[in-house]
Design a protein around this ligand. Structure first.
Ligand SMILES: [Zn+2]
Length: 220
C-alpha cells in the first residue's frame, strides 16, 4: 500500500531538501572563498619573492657600480700622483744637456735662465702657462676644485670642505708662473668679453663661468 504522506510531511520534505541545497551552496561558496584565499596568498608570496629578488639584483648592481667607481678613482689618483711627482721634479727650464744616455732633462727640465714654457691667452682673457718639459699647466684656480673629503680627495662642493690655504697656494703659483721669463711668444685666441644675459635681461660677466667650465681641462 502506497505510503500516504500528509501535507505536513510533504512540506517538511521540501523544506529539508531546500535546506540541503542551501547547505551545499554554502559549502561551495566556502570552498571557493578558500580557494580564492589560497590564490591570493600564493600571489602575495610570489610578489614577495620577486621583490626580494629585485632588491638583491639592485644591491648587486649597486655594489658593482661602487666598485667600478672605486677602481676608476684609484686609477685616476695614481695618475695624478705620478703627474704631481713629475711636475715637482721639473725645473720647467730650458737648457741642460740631453745625451742618448741621459734623456731625463727632456722631462725634468734644464738649468737655463729661460723657462721652457708657452703661454696662451684665452678669449676670456685668462692666461695659462704650460711647461713643455713636464706638461704642468698653471691656470687661474677655480674654487670648485678645492673641496676635499676626509681622505683628501677632491669632491663636489656639497660633500667636502673648502681648503683656503691650498687655493691661495695655487693662486700664488699661478702668478709666479706668469712671471717665468721666456722668449717664447704668447699665443692667443681672439679676446672678447664674455657676457651672458640672464632671465631678467641683465648682463652678467661670464668670465668666471667660462673658467669654471674649463676647470678640468689641461693643455698637453
Ligand atoms: Zn716642467
Amino acid at each position: 500500500m502506497a505510503e500516504v504522506k500528509s501535507v505536513e510531511e510533504k512540506v517538511a520534505e521540501v523544506r529539508k531538501s531546500k535546506q540541503d541545497e542551501l547547505a551545499d551552496l554554502d559549502l561551495q561558496i566556502k570552498r571557493e572563498e578558500l580557494e580564492q584565499l589560497r590564490l591570493t596568498r600564493e600571489e602575495r608570496q610570489y610578489s614577495i619573492r620577486k621583490l626580494k629578488q629585485d632588491l638583491a639584483d639592485r644591491e648587486v648592481k649597486d655594489l658593482q657600480k661602487s666598485s667600478d667607481r672605486e677602481t676608476r678613482g684609484l686609477a685616476f689618483r695614481r695618475d695624478k700622483t705620478s703627474n704631481e711627482l713629475r711636475w715637482k721634479s721639473c725645473t720647467h727650464k730650458k737648457g741642460g744637456n740631453v745625451s742618448e744616455r741621459d734623456m731625463k732633462v727632456l722631462h725634468y727640465g734644464g738649468n737655463s735662465e729661460q723657462y721652457a714654457v708657452i703661454r696662451h691667452m684665452f678669449p676670456n682673457g685668462d692666461i695659462w702657462t704650460h711647461c713643455q718639459r713636464c706638461g704642468k699647466t698653471w691656470k687661474p684656480p677655480v674654487k670648485a676644485n678645492f673641496y676635499f673629503d676626509e681622505r683628501g680627495v677632491v669632491v663636489p662642493e656639497k660633500l667636502g670642505t673648502f681648503d683656503q690655504e691650498r687655493f691661495n697656494k695655487t693662486l700664488k703659483e699661478y702668478h709666479e708662473a706668469l712671471q717665468f721669463p721666456t722668449k717664447n711668444t704668447m699665443s692667443s685666441s681672439h679676446v672678447f668679453s664674455f657676457v651672458r644675459i640672464n632671465e631678467k635681461g641683465e648682463r652678467i660677466d661670464a668670465k668666471e663661468e667660462t673658467r669654471l667650465a674649463m676647470k678640468d681641462v689641461d693643455l698637453t
